[in-house]
Design a protein around this ligand. Structure first.
Ligand code: DX5
Ligand code: ZN
Length: 245
């Protein structure tokens, strides 16, 4: 908070809640409905939906028809991550299909303010994502206008890549800046997140954890998710400005 902390803040308990956002990219599309249901039952409040256009990133994934179809049964928050050029052209349609939050890439935005306004006017939450090479300060001018910043911890475009350790420092800096200015914006992390590094990423300051391979590959979805939930439980409910962070 600018001008110093008000008295008593040090001991104020802030109930921290962490959110898991399973990334559909790693799901088995042959049994997609069943897998989504399993993530919801196991406690994943969000579903992370990666839309790729073959231009902003080399690969092409899925789009509106898939979102519209899974919207019929899932009650999760649909967290749509647009890895596409000209995001403004498609926002309204994605919201109509069932997106609750739309995240666009700053690197693909000609006019970020206009895109944020468009997302809000369509009734969705707005997020900005940045690739690992984009300086974290690039999002600072937008922090009071978006609900979420998505810090990529891999190069966007594919699942199953290893977490880039530089992301810890980037998340920590962003967290410090957000806390100093007392902003309500959430930090999401995406790429290479798993049960081995989730506690460290929590300590760096993230709120929302995207996980594809760590949820859908190996073992069962519910046992994978329960390991994340365990880590969240251990870390939730600490003082916001406590030493743990
Ligand atoms: C990558 C996507 C991620 C991806 C994460 O471009 O944005 O959401 O699915 O996959 P994992 O968790 O396997 O790294
Ligand atoms: Zn993603």
């Amino acid at each position: 908070m600018p001008g110093g902390e008000p008295q008593g803040t040090e001991s104020k308990k802030v109930l921290k809640m962490y959110i898991l956002a399973p990334s559909l990219l790693a799901a088995d599309f042959n049994i997609l409905g069943r897998q989504i249901e399993e993530t919801e039952r196991a406690g994943a409040a969000y579903l992370h939906i990666d839309v790729m256009d073959g231009t902003f990133v080399p690969s092409i994934s899925f789009g509106m028809p898939l979102i519209e179809s899974i919207r019929q049964t899932s009650r999760q928050f649909f967290d749509v991550h647009l890895m596409i050029m000209h995001p403004e052209r498609h926002i309204r349609k994605f919201v109509e299909c069932g997106a609750d939050g739309i995240t666009f890439h700053l690197e693909a935005a000609e006019d970020a303010d206009e895109i944020i306004e468009c997302i809000h006017s369509c009734g969705a939450q707005a997020g900005i994502s940045i690739k690992p090479q984009t300086p974290i300060e690039a999002v600072y001018p937008y922090l009071s206008r978006v609900e979420m910043i998505l810090v990529m911890s891999v190069e966007p475009g594919a699942g199953g890549q290893p977490f880039m350790p530089e992301a810890y420092h980037r998340i920590r800096r962003l967290r410090n800046y957000i806390d100093e200015h007392d902003l309500p914006v959430k930090i999401e992390v995406d790429g290479g997140v798993g049960k081995k590094n989730v506690r460290e990423i929590i300590d760096a300051g993230a709120d929302i954890f995207v996980a594809g391979s760590a949820v859908f590959k190996k073992r069962s979805i519910s046992s994978n998710i329960s390991q994340f939930m365990q880590a969240f439980k251990e870390k939730e409910g600490r003082t916001k400005h406590g030493k743990d962070r």
